[in-house]
Design a binder for this molecule. Structure first.
Ligand code: CP
Ligand code: NVA
Length: 300
């Protein structure tokens, strides 16, 4: 049987996305140390970029489930010396039960999945960050209930997070209002696929009007460090601040995948304010990924 991969949120149906959210809530609220469905099983985690949350949440999740996780960096493996992806995928998957990859090119993850005999998980690419969306949506459902029919304002870069938010809007049936500076919009293919679920606004204030959730991310993602100065200029009017939160609904939540830059994409007042759920969101990476691992590895 072909393994079930998670290279993109769109690898899930809408029902499956809901199932994972509900299961994550169950796992979070009723932790049973004797429940070890992944005893003796191993997750290989290949990180070609830095990580705090993704690495720790996967390692902890595997440990809770009785399994193990091994951290691989390109510096220490033959992948970093140019061993072909196909060969690496075949070899690694012959010895482990699941592979998580964080890398630049999305095609690296899809190529790995094509040649792997075990499930492959996208731990972030330049195009998408689907694991983060499992946690963000889990956080919204926990705090406010179903997100169907709600409005989410994405303010800032049309980056990997924004593109995964587009997928979430399609699967969970909410409207995504996007305000990005010219030239920093999400890729047209993502926008086209989402149809009426996505709306663009020239001003962040308009995008935030009546929003139920306001979200942003860093102005310069990993790998874009050289563009930092130029991006600071382009994004200077795209900060989430008190005025933006005021335009949103009174009970709107604020989310950020972290790490954040206080005073750049978001003010201290908002990031550390009462509407911010950033630390619940970060913790939920653990619970959402446990539900994902169980979904990919334990279904009959
Ligand atoms: N949000 C997120 O993916 O964090 P890390 O880069 O620390 O894994
Ligand atoms: N957009 C950010 C997300 C980090 C979790 C990046 O790719 O660096």
């Amino acid at each position: 049987m072909n393994p079930r991969h998670f290279t993109s949120l769109l690898d899930l149906s809408s029902e499956e996305f809901h199932f994972i959210i509900n299961r994550a809530i169950e796992l979070k609220n009723n932790r049973d140390p004797d429940y070890q469905p992944l005893k003796g099983r191993l997750l290989a985690m290949i990180f070609e970029k830095s990580s705090t949350r993704t690495r720790i949440s996967f390692e902890t999740g595997m440990a809770h489930f009785g399994g193990n996780a091994t951290f691989l960096s390109p510096r220490d493996t033959q992948l970093g010396r140019g061993e072909p992806l196909q060969d690496s995928a075949k070899v690694i998957s012959s010895m482990v039960d699941c592979i998580m990859l964080r890398t630049d090119k999305h095609e690296t993850v899809t190529t790995f999945a094509l040649h792997s005999s075990v499930p492959v998980i996208n731990g972030l690419t330049d195009q998408e960050h689907p694991c983060q969306l499992l946690a963000d949506m889990l956080t919204y459902f926990e705090c406010r209930g179903d997100i169907k029919g709600k409005t989410v304002a994405w303010i800032g870069d049309g980056n990997n997070m924004c593109q995964s938010y587009i997928h979430a809007a399609m699967l969970l049936d909410f409207t995504l209002n996007i305000a990005c500076p010219n030239g920093y919009e999400p890729h047209p293919e993502y926008v086209k696929a989402a149809g009426e679920r996505v709306r663009f606004f020239n001003s962040p204030l308009e995008a935030a009007q009546n929003a139920d959730l306001c979200v942003t991310d860093v102005w310069a993602s990993m790998g874009q460090e050289e563009e930092k100065k130029q991006r600071e200029i382009a994004f200077k009017d795209y900060q989430i601040n008190a005025a933006i939160m005021k335009a949103a609904h009174n009970d709107a939540l604020f989310m950020h995948c972290l790490p954040a830059h206080r005073g750049e994409e978001v003010t201290v007042e908002v990031l550390d304010g009462p509407q911010s759920v950033i630390f619940a969101e970060a913790e939920n990476r653990l619970h959402a990924q446990k539900a994902l691992l169980e979904f990919l590895l334990c279904r009959k």
